[in-house]
Design a protein around this ligand. Structure first.
Ligand SMILES: *Cc1c(COP(=O)(O)O)cnc(C)c1O
Length: 443
């Protein structure tokens, strides 16, 4: 009898041998100095310590991929598999991706935008955040590289995703989180029964500890030594929007920034689709959203700097609270060169952003999404988004996971006896209250 791991290793090898090019990824390449490396678990360049990224053969992609071959693929991120850094034709597919692109007419009217869309990753599978995309790719690659234990340094959502998808794939899992995370994020990890290390410190301290563990334990950390593969998963946020808009790019996107990775990969996704001829070339403006209590990239943008000064996070938007963002300078560069913006909003505005999206579109997002909506509003009010622009706001996480943020900020149910007259009286009372509130608004 083979153990699960032995069986897995064997089938993976057979698959790799059988597969004649299902993907176009060729090598790892340093983003700074261009040094090239084999396709291994490696995230830092030996020569200049810059970040390494996956490079592809775009000629091969141009010759083999069409709109039709993509549309005929699975209803998940894996329809874009040739653009993703995995060799297997049997990736871990738990239904991640192809989330709704919602035409947000009521929110658009409220803000004064004629063509506003919400990319709704609050309902991504399996754990209700965009992180399922990056983890599906990272763990598929981790399996190919022979890792049996996977791990991550997380602000919450990544731990949920890694634990869930590792459970599905039968991989051992140990995740690291800051000890002060929201209850929903902690529970949403523990339920999959991984080992959870709650570190007494902020995310940046968790991340430093994990870098040391990655060096000493030989584990696959999705966002550290597997980061070049992991980050490519975010390109699917760009691919899907292009396909869902009928194979066109939008004019303007607004997305949240933590490490800056997702923002830079939406850009890379759009560029790749242009490069291989799947969409027409277009100048897309990229705007980023941060919480004021952790806004190192927004601060650099405001001051016209090309470097990031790390900060100590203090905000309710914990999922995007990274004080020393690994891809900050690249995000900054994209916002600048596309004539976009990077803005920040305070915790009060974040809560208002969550409520505004819920009340106008029926989408309950977490604090990161509240940040995005509040920044969207701020940019429109400042005249930095044209009402005619086709604008896509990326909603990356689900509000049920950060209930603390809106506790005490929303209404309460009207508790009544099970009697018709009790109902009538309660209804009358609530209508009177509503009228009074309106009168207060009017005076
Ligand atoms: C992690 C996360 C982000 C930001 O991701 P980066 O790629 O690190 O910038 C945004 N929104 C949510 C909900 C997240 O969990």
């Amino acid at each position: 009898m083979l153990t699960d791991t032995e069986y897995e290793a064997m089938t993976t090898q057979t698959l790799e041998a059988k597969t004649h090019r299902v993907a176009a990824f060729e090598k790892l390449k340093c983003k700074e100095c261009g040094a090239e490396y084999e396709l291994q678990a490696k995230h830092v360049c030996d020569v200049c310590f810059g970040p390494v990224e996956v490079a592809y053969d775009y000629d091969f992609l141009r010759q083999t991929v069409t709109r039709e071959t993509i549309a005929a693929g699975p209803n998940s991120i894996w329809r874009y598999r040739p653009f993703l850094p995995v060799a297997t034709d049997n990736p871990i597919d738990v239904g991640t991706g192809m989330t709704p692109l919602v035409e947000a007419q009521r929110l658009g009217r409220r803000l004064g935008l004629k063509k506003l869309y919400i990319k709704n990753d609050a309902v991504n599978m399996p754990t209700l955040s965009f992180k399922d995309r990056v983890v599906s790719v990272a763990l598929t690659r981790a399996r190919e590289l022979g890792f049996s234990t996977v791990s991550c340094a997380s602000t919450g959502n990544l731990a949920n995703s890694t634990a869930a998808i590792a459970a599905h794939a039968g991989l051992d899992c140990c995740v690291f989180i800051p000890a002060d995370l929201e209850a929903g994020k902690v529970l949403g990890t523990l339920i999959y029964n991984p080992t959870v290390m709650a570190v007494k410190g902020n995310y940046d301290q968790v991340n430093r500890l994990c870098s040391e563990v990655a060096n000493t334990h030989g584990w696959g950390f999705v966002n550290i030594n597997l980061r070049p593969y992991y980050s490519e998963g975010s390109k699917t946020l760009g691919f899907e929007v292009a396909e869902q808009l009928g194979w066109q790019l939008p004019d303007h996107i607004v997305a949240p920034l933590a490490s800056g990775s997702l923002f830079t990969k939406i850009y890379k996704g759009f560029q790749e689709f242009i490069k291989v001829g799947l969409v027409d070339d277009k100048h897309v403006r990229f705007s980023g959203a941060q919480a004021e209590g952790c806004s190192p990239i927004a601060q650099a943008y405001r001051e016209g700097r090309d470097f990031i000064t790390p900060v100590k996070p203090n905000t309710i938007a914990k999922s995007i609270a990274i004080g020393n963002p690994a891809d900050g300078v690249y995000a900054l560069d994209i916002a600048q060169k596309t004539n976009g913006n990077i803005e920040s909003v305070n915790d009060r505005e974040i809560v208002e952003g969550i409520k505004l999206l819920a009340e106008t579109e029926g989408i309950f997002t977490e604090t990161a999404g509240g940040t995005t909506i509040a920044v969207l509003k701020k940019l429109v009010e400042a005249g930095k988004i044209d009402p005619e622009e086709t604008t896509v706001a990326y909603i990356t996480g689900n509000g049920l996971k950060t209930q603390e943020a809106v506790q005490g900020e929303i209404g309460e149910p009207l508790t009544i006896e099970p009697k018709l007259d009790a109902f009538e009286r309660a209804l009358e009372r609530s209508r009177t209250l509503e009228r009074l509130e309106w009168q207060q608004v009017l005076v």
